[in-house]
Design a protein around this ligand. Structure first.
Ligand code: ADP
Ligand code: MG
Length: 726
């Protein structure tokens, strides 16, 4: 009897929903554990409060002289919420979050103790962080890394710890985290977008990028997951026959949420409320055991932090409910994987969504300017955008018939396509008054506030306009949103900066009126970015061919996709926009490519050991039972035994063939690994991709065949159909 699997199943059968008591008054508890402006208002002296407000609004530095009083107020507030420790909470290049807790408690010389936390502890720390990936940005002899407070993301108390969101930089100021470049990109975007918005409304003084993410994930029972080395170590099932009933009946999607899961969700939501994460929706996803959570959108930096925070929190809350959360992009073959749609837009400090069609021709011209510039930015940087979502896990999801393909394209819907087609016909040079009136009334003025075709939008597009925002759907479930958000905001900032220069040039040198100049530049952009627009089925085979003719990239694997990061144009872009230096870019590339290699290496090792330690011995045991059976039949039937034992003998042979194939596959795979390990970084990643990875499929194929042959009772690993039960 296979003890692990059986024990896990027994555990699972007896598991009941965890009783939780959630507070009823959610609204008044919202952000109760967050030291936001509201909490500061009653805790801080006026001038310190103003300094924080300025830092949040304008990105100005907080004068050191306020740091002490802010720290003291923060400490008092945190202790009143039950905190005993504090930590600088940051996002190193592992993609996850990091924290090192320090107690407030300090023992004085006379043996008494005080709770201490001063300005210097708030503003800057030097965590012993030499083991975080740095891609060569730090030498061991100056391994120091500093964390510095990011006042635009408020501190919060989680459990008994005050968490202070920080950036993480090296001794020389190089970014060692995901937040620093994001903040720089958001700044660049603010600057460029504000200038363009001022063509239409002089009162705009700040533009924020907004992000509303939708987090997909799988929940599996912890006991069953623990009996699967692949799920625990690699985050996905490397072996296991797909269940007869997967998602083909679509009976899970939006179905009623199982009570155990609901208890988990409510518990999670309750934690999120206190932490000010505005969760709005929860529902079943397409695949069995798959779910989605989405908050109300927020300013992008905060939304990124909240996504990292919630992923952490989900792991913790899941433990209480005896679940394991799988964030892998493709945890089980043949059913849908998990993504994290990034809904993105631009919002002014006057409260206007710049990507929402308006009610007047001027508002609509403003909308069109931002809309068309975004499309142009995506076209000019499609490869870089693809690279921003590249990961070993996402390679199994992109283009897998449920997620957008690896080809970047923009969907805008029929109505807006018509508008752009009309605008494309605008006369070159100055417009006649009649033409302008006609344009304003009948083209720009006719854009409805609600776009009908965007309510039933094309779900196969990686970058779809969905009525008042773009939805970037290629982001993987495990990803830190900071990566795609940094790239998107950078390329749009650069595009808006170019747009402003071109429009100003026409105004100043061709004595064009502002509107004429805008129409002229937009017309050219519509023409030159047409190839990125695709309204058809992104899953269709002929789209790949069409895209190839359009010269759009189609990088199916991470090592190919990441190459663009070191391209001259990329380096120039990031340097010019002051997002990253060449050294920072190269370091990140190195980390990402190494991370890919390590993932494939871990999967390969886990697969090898599972196949040899779990699958083959089980197959041999069953084969021995068959051999015994055949020997028995031979003793009874003597010469005629073959007529009666033929099928068993065939089984014995089939089992041997599968065992041989698995063993040969593992041996060869190990040889390929050894060869790959001798290569330099880039070649090593390519070798893991092209030479090591192909064995996964062969080994899985033969192991899955054995799963179908071997007696169920002997099978040691929880089967996929069992793991997907909830
Ligand atoms: P789905 O894509 O699953 O159909 P929705 O259309 O409801 O779901 O997606 C809504 C998502 O878009 C939510 O996460 C929401 O926060 C986000 N969203 C809505 N408006 C904006 C905006 N202006 N900026 C960024 N995100 C937004
Ligand atoms: Mg969506």
């Amino acid at each position: 009897m296979s003890t692990y699997r059986f024990a896990a199943l027994q555990d699972f059968w007896h598991r009941k929903p965890v009783e939780i008591s959630v507070s009823k008054d959610r609204a008044s508890r919202f952000a109760g554990n967050v030291f936001n402006i509201k909490a500061m208002q009653s805790a801080l002296p006026g001038d310190a409060l103003d300094a924080v407000k300025d830092a949040v609004k304008k990105g100005s530095k907080i004068d050191r002289k306020y740091a002490n009083s802010i720290a003291t107020a923060m400490k008092q507030w945190a202790i009143s919420k039950g905190a005993t420790h504090y930590t600088h909470w940051f996002q190193p290049l592992t993609g996850a979050t990091a924290e090192k807790h320090d107690a407030f408690l300090e023992v004085l010389r006379d043996g008494s103790a005080i709770e201490s936390f001063g300005g210097s502890q708030l503003v800057q720390q030097e965590p012993d962080a030499s083991s975080f990936p740095h891609g060569g940005l730090r030498n061991t002899f100056e391994a120091r890394g500093y964390t510095a407070w990011d006042p635009t993301s408020p501190a919060f108390v989680m459990g008994t710890t005050l968490c202070i969101p920080t950036i993480f930089v090296s001794y020389t100021g190089s970014a060692l985290d995901n937040k620093t470049p994001l903040l720089r990109a958001l700044n660049a975007l603010d600057e460029a977008a504000t200038q363009v918005a001022n063509y239409f409304d002089k009162s705009v003084s700040k533009v924020n990028a907004t992000l509303g993410w939708e987090q997909e994930f799988f929940l599996v029972d912890a006991s069953l997951a623990l009996a699967r080395p692949d799920i625990i170590q690699a985050g996905r099932a490397l072996l296991g026959h797909s269940p007869a009933k997967g998602q083909q009946l679509s009976d899970h999607y939006f179905g009623s949420i199982p009570s155990r899961v609901l208890s988990f969700m409510r518990d999670l939501e309750d934690e999120c409320i206190a932490l000010g994460v505005p969760l709005k929706t929860r529902h079943n996803e397409v695949a069995p055991s798959q779910f989605e959570l989405a908050p109300i959108y927020e300013e992008a930096n905060l939304a990124v932090d909240h996504n990292s925070l919630i992923m952490d929190l989900m792991d913790k809350v899941a433990q209480r409910h005896h679940y394991k959360v799988l964030f892998h992009e493709k945890p089980f073959p043949n059913i849908n994987g998990s993504g994290k749609h990034n809904n993105w837009s631009l919002e002014t400090d006057t409260g206007v969504n710049l990507l929402a069609p308006g009610t007047t021709p001027t508002k609509n011209l403003q909308f069109l300017a931002f809309f068309i510039n975004t499309i142009k930015a995506v076209y000019d940087n499609e490869e870089l955008i693809r690279a921003s979502v590249a990961s070993a896990g996402n390679d199994y999801r992109l283009g897998a018939d449920e997620a957008p393909p690896a080809i970047m394209s923009v969907y805008i819907g029929k109505q807006l396509t018509q508008v752009l087609d009309e605008l494309e016909k605008v006369t070159d040079g100055k417009l006649s008054p009649e033409e302008k009136t006609e344009l304003k009334l009948n083209v720009v003025g006719k854009i409805p506030e609600i776009l009908l075709d965007n309510t039933d939008r094309n779900r196969t597009s990686p970058f779809a306009f969905t009525g008042n925002k773009f939805e970037f759907r290629a982001v993987g479930s495990q990803a830190n949103c900071a990566k795609p958000m940094t790239v998107i905001n950078t390329v749009v900032a650069k595009q808006l900066r170019d747009f402003k220069n071109e429009v100003d040039f026409l105004i100043e040198n061709k004595s064009m009126k502002k509107d004429d100049a805008i129409f002229n530049v937009l017309r050219e952009y519509i023409k030159s970015s047409k190839k990125i627009r695709y309204e058809g089925d992104g899953y269709a085979e002929n789209w790949e061919k069409k895209a190839l003719r359009r010269k759009l990239s189609n990088h199916k694997t991470t090592p190919e996709a990441l190459k663009i990061q070191l391209n001259k144009k990329t380096i120039k872009l990031f340097e010019e926009m002051e997002i990253m230096t060449e050294a920072e870019i190269r370091a990140r590339h190195e980390i990402e490519i190494e991370e890919y290699t390590k993932h494939v290496q871990i999967e390969s090792r886990v697969l090898g050991s599972m196949a040899r330690n779990h699958i083959i011995p089980t197959a041999i045991r069953y084969q021995n039972m068959l051999i015994e059976n055949v020997q028995g039949l031979k003793a009874i039937y003597e010469k005629d035994f073959k007529d009666i034992a033929g099928e068993q003998m065939k089984l014995i042979e089939d089992i041997s063939n599968h065992i041989t194939a698995i063993n040969a596959g593992i041996t060869e795979m190990i040889e390929e690994r050894k060869d790959a390990n001798k290569l330099a970084i880039e070649e090593r990643a390519a070798a893991y991709n092209e030479k090591v990875r192909p064995f996964f499929e062969t080994i899985k194929y033969h192991s899955d065949k054995l799963e179908l042959l071997v007696e169920d009772k002997l099978w040691p690993l929880p089967k996929v159909r069992e793991i997907l039960l909830l």
